[in-house]
Ligand binder design. Structure first.
Ligand code: GLN
Length: 476
């Protein structure tokens, strides 16, 4: 079998009997066995992965349809429920929690023939940009083990980058799919809010969270997205992903049409030189392909990080209220019921979770609600309007290009002492979550020091097609 098969080619090879799903799973598990001790991408590999692969092979042998993802080995972020498996969200408080049902995305991948190899490391409850906030130790960046893989889906990005899975699922609340994909030199897609069901995703901030693929190529991200998207009657925020205006957006000029791409104006002095250069090169490449390129300013984006760090902790504080020692997971007794809550939460949550619960409780408290939470919601509406203005007005922009993060992967410990420095990693990514628009991170040609750099593309709501189209042209 040739190397570097895409997901589609792999599934085809399995269905034609050219290779067995079992052989693929064994190969990947073997690679994980060799590398995971150092990288710590996986918290656990599943002992039923090979049996599941055999089941796919039997289906093929019996002449049944083994599915679009037949035998494709997946790594799943530890906050997405797989029935019967531990799902800890990288936390001590859920360390021994067993999922009671399959997440909607797992149902869909399973029906399409995917094989789940294991669950991947992450920042506790998806809070972080480096995977250093995991209760189970950090993940290392396979491209440079002195550096972080990004976060919070650092385990999923590292699993794909170290050839420990052909594809992975992550979750993205403020950049947690795109930023680690950028740091590890792989592709990460945050779909439009509502395009993919959140049923069975352990909630961080429900109005921002989306599940999406992390893969080697844009083609693969597209394949996975097309399997997991769609309305789910158990998630009232999910929607059918069909956008009547898509490629479609410009029906007269279909497939090879030239697009209008907005280059986001930003403060270049706050971004590392190699990232600025990588962006310039990508813009030149797009111009060379005949796309129209124009600098654009989204004036309210400068407030997006402040706005995110008010709305997100507010939702975190309410979503994490359920972890009280009574309903789920870790439990510690105090002198009375309140004492139980306090002992459980003090002993069960890590520092970052506690910090955000306190911030969130504060911004939602009666005296400060209007000054912080209420105001942040208004700013969020303005940020959304900025996107509407460029995407929906005459002479409209088809996609926006920005760096994914202000620097390449940083070293361990570099930002742990100062949470604000860590939060700045999200400066380019959070606005897509606040506005609900889809965004993808695609690897740029590598810089001088050989570290991967991600380039972010942002498209209008439900127009992931545009991201795939430009992303394919941009990827090396
Ligand atoms: N790094 C961001 C944060 O810490 C984003 C997290 C995420 O997308 N889950 O909130």
């Amino acid at each position: 079998m040739k190397k570097n098969l895409t997901i589609k080619e792999t599934a085809e090879a399995v269905k034609s009997g050219e290779i067995s799903a079992k052989e693929i799973a064994a190969r990947y598990l073997n690679a994980v066995g060799g590398k995971n001790g150092e990288i710590n991408a996986y918290l656990e590999t599943f002992d039923d992965a090979l049996a599941r692969a055999e089941e796919i092979d039997r289906k093929v042998a019996e002449g049944g349809d083994a599915g679009e993802l037949a035998g494709v080995p997946f790594a799943i972020k530890d906050n997405i429920l797989i029935k019967g498996k531990t799902c800890s969200a990288g936390s001590k408080i859920l360390e021994n929690y067993t999922a009671a049902y399959d997440a909607a995305v797992i149902e869909k991948l399973r029906a399409a023939g995917a094989v789940f190899l294991g669950r991947t490391n992450m920042d506790e409850f998806a809070m972080g940009s480096s995977t250093e906030n995991s209760a189970f130790g950090p993940t290392k960046n396979p491209r440079d083990t002195e550096r972080v893989p990004g976060g919070s889906s650092g385990g999923s990005a590292a699993a794909v980058a170290m050839d420990g899975a052909l594809a992975a699922l992550g979750s993205d609340t403020g950049g947690s799919i795109r930023q680690p994909a950028g740091f590890c030199g792989v592709v990460g897609l945050k779909p439009t809010y509502g395009a993919v069901s959140r049923r069975g995703l352990i909630a961080m901030a429900s109005s921002l969270d989306q599940i999406g693929p992390i893969t080697k190529t844009v083609e693969d991200a597209e394949t996975v997205f097309n399997v997991i998207k769609g309305k789910d009657k158990f998630d009232s925020t999910s929607l059918e992903s069909k956008n009547p205006k898509s490629e479609i957006r410009n029906p007269k000029q279909s497939q090879n049409s030239k697009l209008k791409i907005g280059v986001l104006k930003y403060d270049r002095s706050g971004v590392s030189e190699e990232v600025n250069e990588a962006l310039d090169e990508s813009v030149e490449k797009l111009r060379g392909l005949g796309h129209e390129v124009e600098e654009i300013d989204l004036p309210n984006l400068r407030y997006s990080l402040s706005c995110y760090y008010i709305i997100m902790p507010a939702e975190v504080s309410s979503n994490l209220a359920r972890f009280d020692g009574v309903k789920y997971g870790f439990s510690k007794q105090g002198d009375d019921l309140l004492g139980d809550y306090m002992a459980t939460r003090a002993g069960g949550f890590g520092r970052e979770a506690k910090r955000r619960i306190m911030l969130g409780t504060y911004v939602l408290s009666a005296g400060y609600y209007d000054a912080y939470y209420g105001r942040a919601q208004k700013v969020r509406a303005l940020i959304r309007k900025d996107f509407e203005r460029v995407f929906d007005s005459p002479g409209r922009i088809d996609a926006i290009i920005t760096p994914t993060a202000p620097t390449p992967a940083f070293k361990f410990g570099e930002k742990t002492a100062d949470p604000l420095q860590m939060y700045l990693s999200d400066i380019f990514t959070v606005s897509a979550n606040l506005a609900g628009v889809p965004a993808i991170s695609v690897p740029a040609p590598e810089g001088k020091d050989g570290l991967p750099i991600g380039i972010q593309l942002i498209a209008p709501w439900f127009m992931e097609d545009i991201l795939f189209k430009i992303g394919k042209q941009l990827q090396p």
